[in-house]
Design a protein around this ligand. Structure first.
Ligand code: MN
Length: 641
């Protein structure tokens, strides 16, 4: 069973037996699904998914992730559906597989350098669960390790993409091990000769300097031994081939100078020891002025923390020193993955939350915004919460502020396109101009020279550019009208339905999706002349749209002040213990929610599953309720259904 036993023995170090059983099932399922497929190397295809899972098992990822890694190519490459995976291995696994499949489908072919940054952002933003990125990274790492057997054109393309997209993502997530290996493998694939020559030179230089390295290390240890503070350990650092290459190419540093520099990492017990050791080292060896950097006080954008200093070392060689704690060292090597590694005892969700919090912190550093915002649990991780990335018909990427509508997009492309926007097609479906755009969508605007801006447009654009263009056009229209003394409105304005409360004569809220104030919504006029309000992404409505069975679109929006309560569906999963129902219902009523329906059953994992319909004021009310429910110790999951 192709390399499956090593994976199993690795997993047995940290996974309980029932989880192991699920992994074995997934392996058999994957082996069966890929039975007739082979890699370019001639090996059975499943060796690739096993290797991907093994990389993740080395980082101690949870069973769902390992299972999803084993199944990650099943949906893309065989005729097995995502529903089947959901039935066999659960919703969470299906979600992970789905996410990886989506990323695999995104193509990065020879995009301009300038676009690479947007692709990386989009990839991260499109991913709700960081584990999807980790699976994709492991997948790419194994593909890079086995690049030797594919055609040279493909090899070059994949390596380029790895260098431009995946290695920088690994860097952003602080995964240094991944980043260095991806870079070196790409370098080797793109410039095989340069790689070989450099590899040999580095080997030779290292050999020549081996004695010196030992002498310097000895001097360091001896120098420190006189003081009362002792480092945990000291290690010599070696530069990766690609980083040497980049220094030579991009900064013109001569090879000899790069190799002359010796690097050491000192791991200390705690933060105060780090500074103490720094002081001691500076008293033993002279520091080179202007080279000290305190990344402990001010972490790097990817969360990296360490003290850096450059010394006039013994024997006249400059030495680079990094000082940090063990924890900082783990983060420096593995970044986000460090949250899984070394933490075998915590539960999966605890780790997820920690990882998210870390990521959130990193995102905050990157934005250099106000510190320590309360992490909002019901928001999916989103490194770039203020932006959405969408495609133009030509495949270019535009970034817009979150909440931007299709009309904002039109104005972002060109003022004339905005001014004459008549129809919008998003992912091949026709939508209203007010449609709020989502990450990854392809947007096309159909213009008509007879269409002109209307007052109502100002209600659903958010970008300054669109607003000022519309105002300018409206003012001009008035002026023209004055000049020629003709009626102002040549074209009838479409009415906008503004929702002030849950009660409304000609208004109904769809029961499939239960929209609440704050949700993006759209309205449909049905055959009884009633406007039915749906949540924007209501699956039921999407089905109707696909079948062309929906009625006429209506512009709907929430009023600024809305009275009353709105029903919404919640699913709460908790342990089966006494007091679950009482705890959940008390929590809901304490925050002022009203329970309309309540159904409870036990699921296959012997958990209590509760389906509720509760009445809330709006989204933030609901968010607060979900947050409070999640704090209950016996509650495992809460989702809006
Ligand atoms: Mn794959």
């Amino acid at each position: 069973m192709f390399a499956f036993y090593p994976l199993l023995s690795g997993l047995s170090l940290y996974l309980p037996a029932p989880e192991m059983k699920r992994v074995i099932e997934a392996y058999l399922f994957a082996a069966d699904a890929h039975e007739t497929q082979f890699r370019s190397s001639g090996e059975p295809y499943v060796t690739h998914t096993v290797a991907t899972a093994t990389i993740l098992a080395n980082m101690h990822l949870d069973a769902d992730t390992i299972i999803a890694a084993l199944l990650h190519d099943v949906v893309e490459d065989t005729d097995i559906s995502i529903e089947k995976i959901s039935q066999r291995f659960g919703e969470k696994v299906a979600e992970l597989v789905q996410g990886v499949t989506k990323l695999t489908k995104m193509h990065f072919e020879s995009k301009a350098q300038a676009q690479a940054e947007n692709f990386r952002k989009m990839m991260l933003a499109m991913t709700g669960d960081i584990r999807i990125i980790l699976i994709k990274m492991a997948d790419r790492l194994h593909n890079m390790r086995t690049l030797g057997s594919v055609s040279s054109a493909k090899r070059w393309r994949v390596a380029r993409e790895t260098l431009e997209i995946y290695a920088p993502i690994a860097h952003r997530l602080g995964m240094r091990h991944f980043k260095l290996e991806l870079e070196d493998l790409s370098f080797k694939a793109i410039y095989p000769w340069r790689y070989r020559i450099l590899e040999e030179s580095v080997k030779k230089a290292r050999h020549n300097r081996r004695d010196l390295l030992h002498k310097v290390e000895h001097a360091l240890v001896k120098g420190l031994a006189k003081f009362d503070v002792a480092p945990d350990h000291i290690v010599g650092r070696e530069k990766s081939l690609f980083s040497v290459y980049r220094k030579i190419r991009e900064r013109g540093v001569p090879f000899a100078e790069i190799m002359d520099l010796l690097g050491f990492r000192i791991v200390a017990k705690d933060i105060s020891d780090c500074y103490h050791l720094l002081g001691v080292i500076h008293s033993v060896f002279k520091p080179i002025p202007g080279k000290f950097k305190d990344y402990i006080a001010i972490p790097k954008a990817n969360g990296y923390q360490s003290l850096h200093t450059l010394l006039f070392g013994p024997y006249g060689v400059p030495i680079e020193i990094q000082i940090r704690t063990k924890e900082m060292d783990e983060i420096a090597e593995n970044g986000i993955a460090a949250h899984w590694l070394y933490k075998t005892k915590s539960n999966v969700e605890g780790i997820q939350t920690q990882a998210r919090e870390w990521l959130k912190k990193v995102a905050d550093i990157q934005k250099s915004a106000e510190s320590s915002l309360d992490f909002i649990q019901d928001v999916k991780i989103d490194l770039f919460p203020d932006e959405v990335y969408v495609f133009t018909p030509k495949g270019e990427i535009l970034s817009l502020p979150r909440g931007a509508s299709a009309l904002d997009f039109a104005y972002a492309v060109h003022t004339d396109i905005g001014n004459h926007a008549k129809e919008v097609v998003v992912n091949r479906h026709s939508v209203p101009l007010s449609y709020p755009l989502l990450n990854g969508q392809s947007v096309e605007i159909i213009t008509d020279p007879h269409v002109y801006p209307e007052d109502a447009w100002l209600n659903f654009v958010v970008t300054g550019r669109a607003k000022s263009a519309i105002r300018y056009a409206l003012k001009n229209k008035v002026m023209q009208a004055d000049e020629h003394d003709i009626p102002l409105r040549a074209k009838k304005n479409k009415p906008i339905v503004v929702i002030h409360s849950h009660q409304g004569m000609n208004l109904d809220f769809a029961h499939c999706c239960h929209p609440i104030p704050g949700d993006s919504i759209r309205g449909i006029l049905n055959s009884n002349h009633k406007v039915i309000v749906h949540e924007f992404h209501c699956k039921h409505l999407q089905e109707l749209v696909q079948k062309q069975k929906h009625g006429k679109w209506m512009e709907v929006r929430w009023a600024d002040q809305i009275a009353g309560f709105f029903p919404v569906r919640l699913k709460v999963v908790g342990q089966t213990t006494v007091g679950v129902i009482a705890g959940v219902t008390r929590e809901i009523s304490e925050i002022g929610g009203d329970i309309r329906e309540f159904v409870m059953r036990e699921n296959l994992q012997a958990e209590s599953e509760m389906d509720l319909v509760v009445e809330v004021q709006d989204r933030s009310h609901l968010a607060k309720m979900i947050r409070n429910l999640r704090r209950l110790t016996f509650v495992k999951r809460v989702v809006r259904d």
